[in-house]
Design a protein around this ligand. Structure first.
Ligand SMILES: Cc1cc2nc3c(=O)[nH]c(=O)nc-3n(C[C@H](O)[C@H](O)[C@H](O)COP(=O)(O)OP(=O)(O)OC[C@H]3O[C@@H](n4cnc5c(N)ncnc54)[C@H](O)[C@@H]3O)c2cc1C
Length: 239
């Protein structure tokens, strides 16, 4: 494969980002009602908006830290945690963190990702590979077992058949072993075929990990004082 970034696809990528921005504006205007409600709630002072990074001190106390390092302690009878997740990196694979990106990064790149390997076969992986193919990039999905595991098998097959027909490449039953940056800047990915055990290599401009999310929460002592049977998993956000 030619690993040079094609100026045509680079321009297409920029158009794609503009399109994304325009779609976002449209989406936001379609959410106007909800936004108006939020706006009035916030400005009628019924809801306080605090731009702080929160951490839980105990089941009724949150410590908020501003960017400038100012600390605020808040207490409440009930605390709802809605901190979402952040894409995970497979830290056990050499080169994965140093050279890889995630679905959060792909929308903020300043230049085209070029020839891209997407590792993972969830809807996030397929969506990313699908739009990269759609704007003319060489996109490959590396699948450990089945694509869209947990979804209807017939539908999953239709999706991947369609994607293959449209130009997305699939490397089935394979797991990445390492990622190395070559002297010319491209990334060499080594992977092994889980059926034959054989090792393979190819070079890419970008490697996108779509291997799941870590939840952005961690609790003092790993639980919220809810008792062991109701304690929540303790996990650190990767960021
Ligand atoms: C590529 C992609 C495509 C997707 N497509 C779809 C789709 O088509 N349909 C669909 O339904 N879903 C889709 N999803 C999933 C959807 O985006 C998530 O399920 C949804 O955003 C989860 O919402 P949330 O509010 O739980 O978390 P988030 O949207 O992640 O929001 C969490 C918020 O908490 C904040 N936060 C985190 N930690 C702290 C802290 N310590 N203090 C203060 N604030 C904090 C974060 O900054 C963020 O603003 C997609 C996801 C991806 C990645």
């Amino acid at each position: 494969h030619d690993t040079d970034i094609n100026p045509k696809t680079d321009i297409l990528y920029r158009y794609f980002l503009h399109f994304l921005l325009a779609s976002l504006v449209l989406l936001i205007s379609s959410w106007c009602n909800e936004l108006l409600v939020i706006f009035f709630c916030v400005f009628c002072r019924k809801v306080k908006y605090l731009n702080l990074k929160g951490s839980l001190l105990d089941e009724h106390t949150v410590r908020g830290l501003s960017k400038a390092g100012k600390e605020v302690v808040l207490t409440a009878k009930n605390i709802v945690i809605a901190t979402g997740g952040r894409p995970k990196y497979p830290t056990e694979i050499p080169g994965a963190v140093e050279h890889g990106i995630t679905s959060d990064d792909i929308f903020w790149l300043e230049k085209s990702p070029g020839k891209t390997l997407v590792v993972g076969a969830s809807y996030v992986a397929l969506e990313c590979a699908g739009f990269l193919t759609g704007i003319g990039l060489d996109a490959t999905v590396m699948v450990r077992s089945d694509a869209l595991r947990g979804f209807d098998r017939q539908m999953a097959g239709l999706v991947t058949d369609y994607m293959e027909a449209y130009g997305t490449r699939f490397v089935w039953r394979s797991v990445p072993k390492r990622v190395d940056r070559l002297p010319l800047g491209t990334l060499q990915v080594t992977w092994s075929d889980t059926e034959t055990g054989r090792e393979h290599r190819d070079t890419y401009d970008s490697v996108l990990w779509a291997v799941g999310e870590s939840f952005c929460w961690s609790f003092p002592n790993g639980h919220l004082g809810l008792g062991p049977e109701r304690s929540l998993p303790h996990s650190n956000c990767t960021q």
